[in-house]
Write a protein that binds this ligand. Structure first.
Ligand SMILES: C[S@@+](CC[C@H](N)C(=O)[O-])C[C@H]1O[C@@H](n2cnc3c(N)ncnc32)[C@H](O)[C@@H]1O
Length: 258
């Protein structure tokens, strides 16, 4: 099913060169500024339900639409993607497992010169990130609706990312479920591949066994080195606050690519 357009029907996108909308007669700056006013008003009142899932299972394909990059599951042809997702003239920071996006939206607001990428597999959470970005008018963020492993393997080019963050990934605390944790050898290698030389990888968890597993994995399977960076003003998220309130210790790990 094709989705509804997100723009109000009476507003057309302005031409990037002239700054004039297709529906504004040339030279009518007042009409254009009125349009800007309404676009601003409109985004403030946007709801998460305004983001619709863009296709049916049969129509599935990688699709970039309105700051969201949809990566379908059970799709055989990721390697055929030739589109461009990320700017090549700005620092790129990626957060995997963004949840409702509180942390990354705060960062994207505070650091507008950085281009931020939020990767989240659940569409209902992607919507929450998207509506926050829209309401704040953020243009320096891409939201990826898909699996972290697939995005890292097929859509992140080598040596392009300055900083990769994973904040409170699902811990899978039972030993027999530990194989489901995101931090496995293959994913760690993809993280290293995506980072620029000198780039950073920050991993935050409340789960002590997951912390130790990640430290061991990075030490034994990658060339990343542990850094002693102070993580001041790190920012906060739903799960960060939740675990602090429950009195859990939060583990911050940071590594650098040599
Ligand atoms: C415990 S929540 C943490 C959310 C957020 N980082 C926070 O601190 O509030 C983990 C999130 O990771 C997402 N997630 C888990 N595995 C993922 C994967 N392989 N790819 C993308 N997202 C994943 C889950 O859907 C969930 O939203």
């Amino acid at each position: 099913m094709p989705r509804k357009g997100l723009e109000p029907p009476h507003l057309a996108a302005p031409d990037p060169k002239s700054g004039v909308s297709a529906i504004s007669p040339p030279g009518h700056a007042t009409i254009f500024s009125l349009e800007c006013f309404f676009v601003k008003k409109y985004t403030i009142f946007m709801k998460q339900q305004d983001l619709l899932y863009p296709y049916t299972f049969d129509e599935r394909r990688p699709l970039l639409e309105d700051q969201v990059f949809f990566i379908p599951k059970n799709y055989p042809n990721h390697s055929a993607w030739e589109g461009s997702l990320l700017p090549n003239n700005r620092a790129i920071h990626v957060e995997f497992c963004s949840g409702n996006g509180e942390w990354i939206i705060q960062k994207a607001t505070e650091e507008p010169d950085v281009f931020w990428v939020a990767v989240e597999r659940k569409f209902d959470r992607v919507r929450k990130i998207w509506v926050k970005a829209k309401q704040k008018g953020l243009t320096n963020i891409l939201i990826v609706c898909g699996e972290a492993e697939t995005f890292a393997e097929f859509y992140l080019k080598p040596q392009t990312v300055c900083h990769i963050f994973i904040n409170f990934p699902d811990p899978w605390p039972k030993l027999r479920h530990a194989k489901n944790r995101l931090m496995q050898k293959t994913f760690a290698e993809l993280v290293v591949r995506a980072l620029k030389t000198g780039g950073l990888f920050t991993f935050v968890t409340d789960d002590t066994p997951y912390r130790h597993q990640t430290e061991k994995l990075i030490k034994e399977e990658t060339d990343l080195i542990s850094t002693q960076d102070v993580l001041e003003d790190y920012g906060s998220s739903y799960f960060h606050r939740l675990w602090l309130e429950k009195g859990k210790e939060i583990h911050f790990l940071r590594f650098r690519k040599q």
